[in-house]
Design a protein around this ligand. Sequence first.
Ligand code: NAP
Ligand code: MG
Length: 496
Amino acid sequence: MEQSLNAVAAVQNFIHQPHHHYIQGQWVPSQSGLAMEDIDPSTRTVLTHVARGNGDDINRAVEAARQAFREKSWRQMTPQARGVLMWKLADLMAEHLEELAQIDSLDMGMPLRQAQYGTVPMAIDHMRYMAGWATKIEGETIPVSAGPFFNYTVRQPVGVVGAIIPWNFPLLMAVWKLGAALAAGCTVVLKPAEQSPLSVLRLASLVTEAGFPPGVINIVTGYGPEAGAALVAHPDVNKIAFTGSTEVGKSIMRTAADRMARVSLELGGKSPNIICADANLKRAISGSMLGIFMNQGEVCSAGSRIYVAREIYDEALEQMAAYAQNMRVGMALDPKTQMGPVVSAEQYERVLGYIAKGRQEGAKVVAGGGEMSRAGAGFFIEPTVFAQVTDSMTIAREEIFGPVAAVMPFDSIDEVIERANVSAYGLAAGVWTENVRTAHYLAHSLEAGTVWVNAYHVYDAAAPWGGFKQSGFGREMGHHALELYTETKDVWISLQ
Ligand code: NAP
Ligand code: MG
């Protein structure tokens, strides 16, 4: 309790400071002098203002990152010393966990408990996991037959990384990129989302406190088409690591193609979640509701297409509707809140628009279905469950990124595999069954980067994460992530 009261004071103090860019280890105002409003979605009021960066600020930050990449203080730092620094940063994050949780919660509407017990601890774990990799990025010796040669590989940092992240898990998305990039020895310019830049700025002061050399991590806040686009187009950025919408991901890929910058993309999803007739229904219902309503449905891997075996469909639907109706929707900072507001006015209109479209196209609302002003003045939307949905309806095809489930019956396993795989996306999938053969058959057949069986939304720093198809490419967690931030160099030494 005391810790959380101290954190409240620290957070208030932090929020009301001026928020500049973090470049070369310093707080630097925007060269244009412009700022952007940052809104608290629980109240729709202005929380604070943040620097609005443009190409000039990006140029400075990329220059700082390039210089840091060349300098001995980073380049020649031993992998172990790099790991120690990262671990130190993780310790500082743990020390300020409560504060970081409150900041994300205020800034984008994430329920405080989820931030405290879920996403901020995950970010800390991730930094520690990647700190351990700094000393383990090994090459190979290759038994070549081309002649008397000793052939070996080394893995070198790709260089300056431009990282662009979305608003739904601000701190976690930043750390997913920073962790692997730093372990590999890269330097970074990070642009957080305009809606939720604050936790990353708080992290920046911990970066200074941990003792990172200036310029290794730089943060430029601003709008996507200004700061984001300038970062993508910058000729001295070697690699773009992007998490966000498929549409922006495609445009980034096009721009990066011109100079062959490396690109990794974590994009949208419309993930199928399949409840078989033999599932443990109680577990399946609560897991599936978490699957769609966690973080207000603002999760790339939200299980938004729920397929239920026809023989249990009515019963499952009834239980899902009851679950949704009983959820506590409210202010993000209230520890009792299970679902907070959606992030912004734009997102609010977008999600309500999808709900209206679902009704128009003939689906039936069995829970929720509207705004929720009784939860407060913020952007509150009811947890919504649709029945009588067909595969061709908009709500069954497009990513809503809000608390809206489309529930559909199925008749056979092969039929549901085909319907699940029809989507252009392929990020994640859920399966609920007590039958081991069905579990493996579905896990094997679904086109998704992650398949959860009798679980949903479990993540671990050690387990790879990323999409099939239009959900992107590259794997961000586990040792797989290091591939994205290293180049393999092959060396031939003549033995004659
Ligand atoms: P978004 O609109 O694509 O924005 C993502 C980031 O890109 C933001 O920082 C944004 O800046 C920036 N941006 C926008 N236009 C840009 C441009 N032309 N050039 C460079 N940067 C640009 O996505 P979002 O609405 O923030 O996030 C939701 C999306 O992210 C969903 O589709 C979701 O599925 C996906 N997501 C995927 C994963 C995953 O792991 N696969 C995880 C989380 C989220 P602004 O803030 O100014 O718009
Ligand atoms: Mg905000």
